[in-house]
Every structure is written in C-alpha cells, then in structure tokens.
Design a protein around this ligand. Structure first.
Ligand SMILES: Nc1ncnc2c1ncn2[C@@H]1O[C@H](COP(=O)(O)OP(=O)(O)OP(=O)(O)O)[C@@H](O)[C@H]1O
Ligand SMILES: N[C@@H](CCO)C(=O)O
Length: 296
C-alpha cells in the first residue's frame, strides 16, 4: 500500500491540520501468518527496532484486542527528518497493507490513533496530524483529540515543496517540539484561532486565498524559524515570486508554499535560488493534494 507525504500544521494549525500531497510516497507490503508478533524490514532508511511501524502495530492490536503474526517491508521514498511526515506515512502504509492482507475493515479513527501513537518513537510524543493526512488524504482537520476524530476535505490546492539537503538534526521533531513556547498572550490566541478558522473555511470552500490567510502564524513558526536553514530567504523570495503563502512543513526543515497554477514555475525557481544563495543544495517539487492510504 502507498501513503503520501504530508505537510502538517500549515502555519496556525499546529498538531491539528495536515495536507496530503503527491510529492513523495511511502510503500509497505505485508504478509499475515499464524502466531503473534510483528517483524518489520525497512528498505533504505532504517530507524532501528523502536520505530513508528512496530509501535503502531502494537497499539492497533491493543485497540482491536487481537494479535497476529505479521511480516512487513517498508520502502520509504519520503525524505526522512524533513518535515514531510515520513515516519507517520511508513506506519500508515504498513497498517493499511496489513488490513488489506488480513481482509479487515477497521474504522479509520482506530488506524489513525494507532499510527499517531507510533509517532512517539519519532517525535517523543504522539501526534495525529501527519498520520491522519497520510491515511485519509486531502486536507485533514483534527476535530477532537480525546476521543480522536477528524474531518477530511478535498480542496484543489497546488504547492511547491522545498526540501533542503542538510544534515538531519538528531531527534529533529522532538527538539522542534521542545523549542515551542509554553504559553501565549490572549490576543495572540484570538488571532491564531481566526487563522485556523480561515484554514478550515478555505479547505471547505476550496479557496486557496482563505487557506493562505490561515497559514500565517505568530506562535510556532517564530520559535522554529531560527532552526530552519534558509527559511527567511526562501520565505522572502517565494512571496516576491507570487506565492499565496509559505510555511514550515511540519517540524521542518522543508518548506511548503501555496501557489496558484500560474505562479508554479516562478515560485519553484525562487525556492531553488534562495537555497542556492544560502549555499544549500535543495529539491523543489510541485505537488497536488493526494489521496490517502485508506482510500485505495
Ligand atoms: N519510522 C521511524 N521510526 C522511528 N523514528 C523515525 C522513523 N522515521 C524517522 N525517524 C526519526 O524520527 C525523527 C523525525 O523523523 P521523521 O521522518 O518523522 O521526520 P519528518 O519526516 O520530518 O516528519 P514530520 O513531518 O513529523 O516532521 C528523525 O530523527 C528520524 O531519524
Ligand atoms: N505537528 C507536528 C508535526 C510534525 O511533523 C509538529 O509540528 O511537531
């Protein structure tokens, strides 16, 4: 099964918003046997024995009150530790592959809950945005954390995703969650919730200008931007090139720009020029909203 890359947060939607895009995909193959226990093989990047996939299966079996013998192979083509949801997508693709092989239909909320708990292996704490996007596809909004629930929208959005080739920060997502402020001023809170409202309204109306308004952020991005190589220059250049908005993708360092089709080439060139001037090799991919692993 395939699971798409995702950009979580989109500025103001920290931990509750993610978009699935067709920039990259993780794939997983599963076989189901007798017995009880999961064996995972990773082709390419191998995170080791304590990984999101194994934890996701343990949580899934716990939630379903079952145990099965499962062999899984993960082929993850989503750049790791870049803010593109690679750890979450590998877990979602693996769970989806298992469920198909086992002939099981399971409530998507259970799959997302299991994969989101698996994220603790990568981020230090569970979070459900990337995995909800990878599972459902489209633009997903977490509407309740306990019990977990979410709403999927299918807006027509076009992105340019800039992926810098920089040495991965050890425990990157965990570190980028530790730099976040512990509190915000009430007036900032009100500004932020109006932005999340703009994100959701923009998803519902498939209105890029409204989504762009929601991608502004006065809380998470200012805390993280200093740790994202080239971000201020990329941000400046892509906005000058006509992007509607730009944000750190997930916990970074990748960036995600929302664009109108007619600005795609100019914004993609601006991303590459900005990184080049920073002396950073980078990739810039044009991406559309993608379907999730549970759709196929
Ligand atoms: N499947 C995995 N299991 C456990 N740890 C992982 C896995 N994949 C990556 N990691 C590690 O977790 C950290 C975050 O990696 P991950 O790939 O989740 O980041 P990301 O793609 O940037 O995701 P996000 O969009 O959540 O920031 C890195 O230190 C990485 O080495
Ligand atoms: N919402 C999470 C996503 C990580 O991709 C964070 O920003 O830490």
């Amino acid at each position: 099964m395939k699971a798409p890359s995702t950009s979580a947060n989109l500025g103001s939607g920290f931990d509750v918003v993610a978009v699935a895009h067709d920039a990259y995909f993780a794939e997983a193959y599963a076989s189901v046997g007798s017995g009880c226990g999961v064996h995972v093989r990773f082709k390419g990047f191998d995170p080791g024995s304590d990984n999101t996939v194994t934890r996701a299966f343990l949580k899934l079996f716990d939630l379903l009150g079952i145990c099965r013998g499962v062999e899984v192979e993960v082929v993850n083509n989503i750049p790791v530790a870049r803010g593109l949801g690679s750890s979450g997508a590998s877990a979602v693709a693996a769970l989806a592959a298992f469920l198909r092989e086992a002939g099981m239909k399971v409530d998507p909320r259970i799959v997302v809950e299991a994969a989101g708990h698996g994220e603790a292996a990568a981020a230090g704490s569970p979070h459900f945005d990337n995995v909800a996007g990878a599972a459902l596809g489209g633009a997903v909004v977490i509407t309740s954390l306990n019990p977990l629930d979410f709403v999927k929208f299918s807006p027509r959005l076009t992105f340019v995703v800039g992926v810098p080739d920089v040495p991965p920060m050890p425990n990157k997502t965990k570190v980028m969650r530790e730099v976040l402020p512990k509190s915000v001023e009430f007036k900032t809170y009100v500004k932020q919730i109006s932005r999340v409202a703009a994100l959701v309204s923009g998803f519902a109306r498939s209105d890029p200008a409204l989504v762009a308004r929601g991608m502004a952020d006065d809380v998470v991005e200012p805390a993280r931007a200093p740790h994202v190589p080239g971000y201020s220059r990329v941000r400046k250049y892509v906005m000058e090139a006509g992007a509607l908005a730009v944000a750190i993708s997930g916990a970074g360092p990748a960036v995600v720009a929302l664009v109108n089709e007619k600005e795609v080439d100019a914004v993609r060139s601006a991303v590459l020029r900005a990184y080049a001037e920073e002396g950073i090799k980078a990739e810039a991919k044009v991406a559309q909203i993608a379907e999730g692993a549970l759709e196929t």
